[in-house]
Design a protein around this ligand. Structure first.
Ligand SMILES: Cc1cc2nc3c(=O)[nH]c(=O)nc-3n(C[C@H](O)[C@H](O)[C@H](O)COP(=O)(O)OP(=O)(O)OC[C@H]3O[C@@H](n4cnc5c(N)ncnc54)[C@H](O)[C@@H]3O)c2cc1C
Length: 344
């Protein structure tokens, strides 16, 4: 299931193999959280409400007498004479082990920040370049003008020097100055990982072969000789989109040229919509910095999990699953290490 859906796929795959969706569902059920799959197989709480998860997790923390510090910001973490000091805006602690789980930079209005990266960087940990992932794309206005509000199922491909490096069918949502939708967000994460410019190409008629659709359109035109092809094209694509394609072709409009353009529509990407609109951070703490239990190789009492690491997945619940699976991995490991053999 994890084929090519993650950057640093091999690392993430190991985590998934050790703790897959069924394991997560079983653990959630042990805490009283019922889950169900939607028609696409994505797992949600039965209540479809995120606060269900929060409430039930808080209950477990209370049951296990875990002390929670609210409105408390970790401002510094230092290692002095092999002891770990944590300094917050309220008080300081000396701890045996510390787990960094401060997340990424996506969607800053929800409180994401650079703290984890800078605290770890101060400890000598290498961080890669950080870019927004799973985000909409700003495009040339000309390529999307008149299409705002249209949602169209299509195949989106990314090409590098003519070679397809990404191809996926999904719904494109057109905006005033760009495109969005799951398929576009997935493409954005692939683009964020590439140094070269990629070409974005859309096939609006991906469920048909060219010959097949040309044959059908020719037949329809024959039955309706008095209707212009531009008007007939509104039966196959949304009116504004079909009209735009016809107008782009101007005097060269034929059934064949229309189909060629509809199956190979190039959209020039200018940039993405930035961290403020992204769902994940591409980049993070270099994978080489941690071992298989997420402990820093340079200090095995400091752990790094979740989005803070240089692992990011495509849409489909993978980022959240990775964050939880990495958390469970460290919790189990620490419980064993600290001698809590009764932990299940
Ligand atoms: C809008 C949106 C939609 C998403 N949808 C999906 C989805 O459908 N499926 C999916 O798999 N993923 C989704 N994601 C991504 C997913 O939510 C994250 O990858 C995941 O939550 C990362 O978990 P984490 O524990 O690493 O970090 P986070 O969940 O970001 O938690 C980090 C925590 O650390 C706290 N923190 C930061 N700095 C400090 C500090 N100095 N001191 C104390 N605390 C600090 C933060 O306040 C935060 O509570 C979405 C993300 C966004 C923004």
């Amino acid at each position: 299931m994890t084929n090519n859906i993650f950057y640093n796929n091999n690392f993430a795959k190991n985590i998934f193999n050790n703790y897959g969706p069924q394991d997560l569902q079983n653990d959630l059920l042990k805490m009283g959280i019922f889950t169900q799959a939607d028609s696409a197989g994505r797992i949600y709480p039965l209540t479809f409400t995120a606060t269900t998860i929060l409430d039930m997790l808080l209950m477990q923390l209370q049951k296990n007498n875990v002390k929670i510090y609210v409105d408390t910001k970790v401002e510094d973490v230092k290692v002095i004479n092999e002891q770990i000091y944590i300094y917050t805006n309220k008080e300081s602690f000396i701890v045996s082990d510390v787990i960094f789980a401060t997340g990424g930079l996506a969607y800053s209005m929800l409180g994401s920040n650079t703290d984890g990266y800078s605290l770890l960087s101060n400890l000598g940990v290498k961080i890669t370049k950080l870019k927004p992932g799973l985000v909409g794309l700003k495009t040339s206005i000309d390529d999307v003008k008149g299409l705002e509000g249209i949602r169209q199922k299509a195949n989106v491909s990314l090409l590098k020097k003519g070679k397809v490096v990404f191809s996926e069918v999904g719904e494109i949502q057109f905006k005033k100055d760009g495109i969005s939708g799951i398929v576009v967000m997935n493409a954005s994460s692939i683009m964020a990982r590439q140094n070269d410019d990629l070409q974005l190409r859309v096939d609006f008629l991906s469920s048909f072969k060219s010959d097949e659709i040309i044959e059908k359109l020719t037949y329809i035109k024959k039955l309706n000789p008095s209707i212009s092809f531009e008007d007939l094209s509104h039966g196959i694509l949304p009116k504004a989109l079909a009209t735009k394609l016809c107008h782009k072709l101007k005097d060269n409009l034929t059934i064949a040229s229309f189909v060629r353009l509809a199956k190979n529509y190039e959209i020039k990407v200018i940039s993405d919509y930035g961290f403020a609109n992204a769902q994940v951070t591409v980049g993070g703490v270099m994978i080489d910095e941690v071992d298989e239990h997420f402990a820093l190789k340079k200090n095995n009492h400091i752990y790094v999990i979740g989005e803070l690491l240089d692992v990011d997945g495509l849409c489909g619940g993978y980022n959240m699953h990775f964050a939880m699976a990495s958390g469970v991995n460290v919790a189990m490991f620490l419980a064993r290490k600290l001698g809590e053999e009764s932990y299940e």
